[in-house]
Each structure stands twice: as structure tokens, then as C-alpha cells.
Design a binder for this molecule. Structure first.
Ligand SMILES: NC(=O)c1ccc[n+]([C@@H]2O[C@H](COP(=O)([O-])OP(=O)(O)OC[C@H]3O[C@@H](n4cnc5c(N)ncnc54)[C@H](O)[C@@H]3O)[C@@H](O)[C@H]2O)c1
Length: 319
């Protein structure tokens, strides 16, 4: 069965579907003719991220911390994409809230999915679970090293997926995203807000503010590639019980990122260097994507230059 056939007409739930990544997953599912239900408390999500007047889209306002609601929403769905989460900034400020939403909410999704016999849950995790890695590029089975409460909660969610898979046979797949950027990302999005912040500054003719020396590296991943990897994790039989890195395998410094954005926008500005933030404790990160390439036949299709150019075109179109 083709990829599209396995999604068309299916009732699919996206928690956190009004957020940056979630709303892109939703749009893609709608394009594949799925019937989509979003569960979101709109903490960082936004109505404007979702298409208006779409007959195949239902939006439920509520929290994944409410078990009865979660059970109600995911009832009779064939797939749940679980993206709802408090982000790293909220989590650093308030670890208890992070614990309740990211761990408690994930447990609710898994408990309800198990009770209702949902065929698969895809859990969106983060490469922050690796901390400062000893070796690059990072493989899925390399050592984890949680340096923030957010990393702890995202990893706890992964472990619950694994435990429910082993203990109860609940099918799940984990995708570990690496610094996603692109359409629908707001400048206050903490994961890759750097991209939208740099664009915002460059387009206003203001200096790009770099935390630290700018030599910290990340594996910046374009949203369309992330959506594709996430959907494949939802439909591929091979993804059952697996964990996948989702990145590009290319290590880019923040200084390089700033330079590309200055070139794309043609801005007559230069970066300025300011203090590093408490959440910037990862020096280098780039992931090995061989496993997802081999098992799910996924490869990133956007270079950083192409992805940033697309992002710029989208930003210009929204002005
Ligand atoms: N963007 C990235 O670079 C990145 C990297 C690694 C992992 N992730 C993971 O991907 C997922 C989506 O991230 P994003 O960048 O789209 O962030 P986002 O903040 O834009 O999206 C999260 C969504 O979850 C919703 N939400 C938060 N708490 C909720 C609750 N209690 N109940 C229901 N909904 C709730 C928010 O309102 C928002 O719509 C998260 O799980 C995040 O941990 C993202």
C-alpha cells in the first residue's frame, strides 16, 4: 500500500497540532486526505497556524494533562502524533509544569492508546537527550546525557513509549528532532527561534545578536523534511518500537547561519556578540541519520541554504 493510501480517510490525532511542527504535520495530513483532530491547549499554539474552514479538521481546545479528554479525543483514531509539550524555556523556568505536561501528558496519551487499542503512537522527541555528546555524529544508541529538565522529560516520554511497547505491545515510534526551522515558526520558538530571530533582525536592518562566540554548532533541519520523517514513522511497519534521529548530518555554526541569512536577505548588517543563555549549554551537535535512511528510506531534501531561502520567501509572503 502506498503512503497516501494508508493515510487517506483515516482519523488521525495530532496533539500540539496548533504549534510550529504540529501544524505543518496537520496540513500535510489534510493534503493526504486524512481526517485530522487537533488537541491543543494553545499555550504556544496559534489558531493562525491552522487552515480555516477545513471540513476534515476538528480542533479540540484542552490539555493532554486531562486523561478523560485525551481518551475521548483519540477514541477510534488509527494514529496519534504526540507533539504537545512545554518547550525548553518554559521547562527551565518551571520544571514542575514541564513534568506535568511532558511526562504526565505523554503517560496519558499512552494509557489511553493502550486502553483503546490505537494502532500506533508517534512521539516527537528531541536530540537534546544527548546533551554534550562524546562523539559526532551522534547515533541513536549513543549515550544520553540530560542537561536540562526539558531533556529529562522528553527522554522520560521516550522511555514510557518503549516500556508500553515492551510491556503491553503498544506500537510506538520515536522521532528525535534536531533544531527544526521553517514556515509557521515564530521568533519566540525556543528550539530554533534563532533562525526566525535572525531573519527578523536582518529584515529590519538590525544587527544579528549571537549568544556566546557563535561557534556553537547545530544540525538545522527544514520543517518539510521533519514532517515527512514523522509521517513515515507513523505508517512504516519497520518503525514499530524504533527510535530515529531526524536531522541532516551537516554541522552548522551559528556564525555560518548568520552569514547565510545576511546573504539571503541582502541586509547591510553585521552580527553582535552577547552573553550566552542558561539554556545554551550544548556546544556541538550533529546527528547520524543512517538508521532512518536505511529503514524508512528517508533523506533530508533541503540543504540549509535551500531551507533558509524557502523560509525567507514565506516570511516575505506573510508581510
Ligand atoms: N522545533 C524543534 O526544533 C523541536 C526540536 C526537538 C523536539 N521538538 C518537539 O516537537 C514538538 C513540537 O515542537 P514545536 O517546535 O512545534 O513547539 P510548539 O511550542 O510550537 O508546539 C507545541 C504545541 O503543544 C501545545 N501544548 C503545550 N502544552 C500542551 C498541553 N498541556 N496540552 C495540549 N497542547 C499543549 C502548544 O500550545 C503548541 O501548540 C514538541 O514535542 C517538542 O518537544 C521540537
Amino acid at each position: 500500500m502506498s503512503y497516501s493510501e494508508s493515510l487517506a480517510g483515516q482519523r488521525i490525532v495530532v496533539t500540539g497540532g496548533a504549534g510550529f511542527v504540529g501544524s505543518n504535520v496537520v496540513r500535510r495530513l489534510l493534503a493526504e486526505n486524512a481526517v485530522v483532530v487537533v488537541l491543543d491547549d494553545f499555550y504556544t499554539g496559534d489558531d493562525h497556524n491552522l487552515p480555516a474552514g477545513e471540513p476534515n479538521l476538528e480542533v479540540v481546545r484542552g490539555s493532554v494533562t486531562d486523561f478523560d479528554l485525551v481518551r475521548d479525543v483519540i477514541k477510534s483514531s488509527s494514529l496519534v502524533f504526540h507533539l504537545a509539550a512545554r518547550n525548553i524555556i518554559v521547562s527551565t523556568r518551571n520544571p514542575r509544569e514541564d513534568y506535568e505536561v511532558n511526562i504526565g501528558g505523554t503517560l496519558n496519551v499512552l494509557l489511553a492508546a493502550r486502553e483503546l487499542g490505537i494502532p500506533r503512537v508517534v512521539y516527537s522527541s528531541s536530540t537534546s537527550v544527548y546533551g554534550n555528546p562524546r562523539y559526532l555524529p551522534i547515533n541513536e544508541d549513543d549515550a544520553t546525557n540530560m542537561l536540562s529538565p526539558y531533556a529529562v522529560s522528553k527522554f522520560a516520554g521516550e522511555n514510557y513509549c518503549h516500556a508500553f511497547y515492551e510491556s503491553y505491545g503498544l506500537s510506538s515510534a520515536v522521532v528525535r528532532y534536531s533544531n527544526v526551522y521553517g514556515t509557521a515558526q515564530r521568533p519566540d520558538n525556543p528550539y530554533c527561534g534563532v533562525v526566525s530571530k535572525f531573519f527578523e533582525s536582518a529584515m529590519k536592518g538590525e544587527s544579528l545578536r549571537i549568544h556566546g562566540d557563535g561557534e556553537q554548532t547545530r544540525d538545522f533541519t527544514y520543517i518539510d523534511d521533519v514532517v515527512e520523517a514523522t509521517l513515515l514513522a507513523g505508517v512504516s511497519p519497520k518503525a514499530d518500537g524504533q527510535v530515529y534521529n531526524v536531522g541532516t548530518g551537516r554541522e552548522v555554526t551559528v556564525n555560518q547561519l548568520a552569514r547565510i541569512i545576511i546573504d539571503i536577505t541582502g541586509a547591510k548588517v553585521e552580527p553582535v556578540y552577547i552573553d550566552r543563555r542558561d539554556i545554551d549549554n550544548i556546544r556541538r551537535r550533529v546527528v547520524n541519520i543512517e538508521k532512518i535512511r536505511r529503514e524508512l528510506r528517508w533523506i533530508p531534501t533541503f540543504t540549509i541554504e535551500q531551507g533558509l531561502r524557502r523560509t525567507y520567501e514565506w516570511l516575505v509572503s506573510t508581510m
